[in-house]
Design a protein around this ligand. Structure first.
Ligand code: PEP
Ligand code: MG
Length: 587
């Protein structure tokens, strides 16, 4: 039995068999044997990946020839030639057939053999081709592993996915009936992969470091998403202990569900608006079931992450309309696409950015891809004719960006007017406040935006200079840092002064101790994962605003993030002991 500690990012406990997924970076490709009747399909899968790689390389060659000249672009012709060369790639299909192994393993093995052969040649021309071969192997492997749906669809029974890392789109592409939980070597506390796991209700632990090195495909594993623990090959006593915990958890969750229908009103009678965060339109119903009164954040970029083509205006419109219908007149805040950073663009980019979290991300990406952005804006406006929709722009850093985005929205509205297509002419247009520049300048932004939504996931990352997806600095990712709290206080004050609504939709809004702080800082609307709403409602109903204000006042006077965290934990434990029941103490 081996116990590994990681970062708990999606609650719940699952006991099952581990399925170690291949690593797209070619670091570790376990030998996976396939069923004999799947061999033809596997060869076909390899051929599809090879053809897709050749097609992508032709595009690259074309662009490179235009930008750098034909001579420099020739290297890509060599790559295309290599992938079409029977002597080079023929052994891959032969190996799949002869040994009954997965395409990924055959690609890695055959290319490793070629690389070794080339590297050992005395002829320098051969040795310089080693990098090209590695590049080609990576390209094929990326195509083979890009869609985790394919990988998980091949599971013969539901299992627990263990992977070195997973992108949000890979996670969103899981065949849901086949995946019970997930665990990764890499990843940070608010990475979008973690957010997707929560949206899918999959218990998840990230940042387990050596998990895929230690795990043997098919062995028993326990994923404890409450405490951030992985047990490999557990003994009988441990399995028993965890089974008892699962039962205890189930009854606790059931008892919490009873609060779902009660109003979210504090003990001194102040109404708090609890909304849901969604990534997929089907989640809108779940938000209502869990006692939410609308959707405070719809992360629309997931439309791009799950489909196989760029969504059309109709694709956008259809999912927004679906949410509006499900919500039956309750509010829906739709955030325009927040692609980039850990979502979508880097996996597809021929030349990935060096620092994508500081790069062409989010609203910046939209403003540089106007036709794509306009398509979404038109669909959003059309949907607004059917229910109370608000539009929110992500990652606003400068006033200019907000104005530009709003200008494009106005253009789209005029286009619709000319065509006589109905839309809400008074649609509220707000912004995420999730970078320090916007927080510091909140007063100026509050004079232009119709509402604010504080995104603590990014605000913490950018204020503390801690990558939210990096397990190596996860202990530094502290929403309780006084600098973050002071920024939130200032954002809330600016919103109050300029009389615009302000909410929080970062993961911290769903943490009982943090929610109490946010209420104390003046927030009255919180948006969180649907499954967290009942527990938060319990907290809201147990505290008074006066208590929250006293707690916030004291918290903001403390100097360190650990003191603040300990103080908030103590206070909330005393006021709402139930908030800690059902979960273990060492969370
Ligand atoms: C945030 O940054 O807090 C937020 C809600 O947006 P996302 O997590 O999608 O970046
Ligand atoms: Mg964000």
């Amino acid at each position: 039995m081996k116990i590994l500690k990681g970062i708990p990012v999606s609650p719940g406990i699952v006991i099952g068999r581990v399925r170690v997924l291949d690593d797209a970076k070619g670091r570790r490709i376990p030998k996976r044997v396939i069923e004999p009747d799947q061999i033809d399909a596997e060869v076909e899968r390899f051929e599809t990946a090879r053809n897709a790689s050749i097609a992508a390389l032709m595009e690259v060659h074309k662009t490179a020839a235009e930008e750098m000249g034909e001579e420099t672009a020739k290297i890509f012709l060599f790559h295309i030639g290599a992938l079409s060369d029977k002597a080079l790639v023929g052994p891959i299909s032969e190996m799949i057939r002869a040994e009954g192994v997965a395409a990924e393993f055959a690609v890695a093995k055959v290319f490793r053999d070629w690389t070794e052969r080339f590297a050992s040649r005395t002829d320098a021309a051969f040795r310089t081709k080693v990098n090209d071969l590695q590049d080609l192997a990576d390209r094929l492997l990326n195509h083979l592993m890009g869609g985790m749906g394919q990988a998980t669809a091949r599971f013969t029974e539901p299992g627990i996915v263990a992977a070195r890392d997973l992108t949000p789109s890979q996670t969103a592409g899981f065949e849901r009936s086949k995946v019970l939980a997930m665990a990764t070597d890499l990843g940070g506390p608010t990475s979008h992969t973690a957010i997707v796991a929560r949206a899918l209700g999959l218990p998840a632990v990230v940042g387990c470091r050596r998990l895929t090195f230690l795990a043997n495909d098919g062995e028993m594993i326990i994923v404890d998403g409450d405490r951030g623990r992985i047990v490999l090959d557990p003994d009988d006593d441990t399995i028993e202990e965890y089974r008892a915990r699962i039962t205890q958890r189930e009854s606790f969750t059931l008892s919490l569900r009873e609060t779902a229908d009660l109003p979210a009103v504090t003990a001194d009678g102040v109404e708090i608006e609890l909304l849901g965060n969604i990534e997929f339109p089907e989640e809108a119903e779940a938000v209502l079931e869990m006692g939410g009164v609308g959707v405070g954040l719809y992360r629309t970029e997931f439309l791009y992450l799950t489909g196989d083509h760029e969504p059309t205006e109709e694709d956008h419109y259809r999912v927004y309309k679906r949410c509006i219908d499900a919500l039956g007149g309750r509010p829906l805040t739709i955030r325009t696409v927040d692609l980039g950073a850990d979502k979508y663009t880097q996996q597809r980019a021929e030349f990935p950015e060096r620092n994508p979290f500081l790069g062409l991300r989010s609203i910046r990406y939209c403003l540089q891809n106007m036709p794509m952005f306009k398509t979404q804006l038109r669909a959003l406006l059309r949907a607004s004719a059917h229910g109370p929709v608000k539009i929110m722009f992500p990652l606003i850093t400068t006033l200019h960006e907000f104005r530009q985005a709003r200008h494009l929205l106005n253009d789209a509205a005029e286009d619709l007017d000319e065509l006589g297509i109905p839309h809400d002419r008074k649609i509220p247009v707000g912004m995420m406040v999730e970078v320090p520049s916007a927080a510091v300048m909140a007063d100026a932004f509050a004079q232009e935006a119709d509402f604010f939504s504080i995104g603590t996931n990014d605000l913490v990352q950018y204020t503390l200079a801690v990558d939210r997806t990096n397990e190596q600095v996860a202990s530094l990712y502290m929403p309780t840092h006084p600098a973050v709290i002071k920024l939130i206080r200032d954002i809330a004050r600016a919103a109050k002064r300029r009389e615009i609504p302000v909410s929080c939709c970062g993961e911290s809004a769903g943490e009982p101790i943090y929610a109490v702080l946010l209420l104390g800082l003046g927030l009255r609307t919180l948006s969180l994962t649907a499954s967290g709403i009942p527990a938060l409602k319990q907290v809201v109903r147990a505290v008074t605003i006066k208590q929250c204000e006293q707690i916030a006042k004291k918290a903001i006077s403390l100097d360190s993030e650990t003191e603040v965290a300990a103080y908030l934990r103590d206070q909330v434990r005393t006021l709402v002991p139930e908030a800690f029941r059902g979960y273990t103490d060492d969370r």
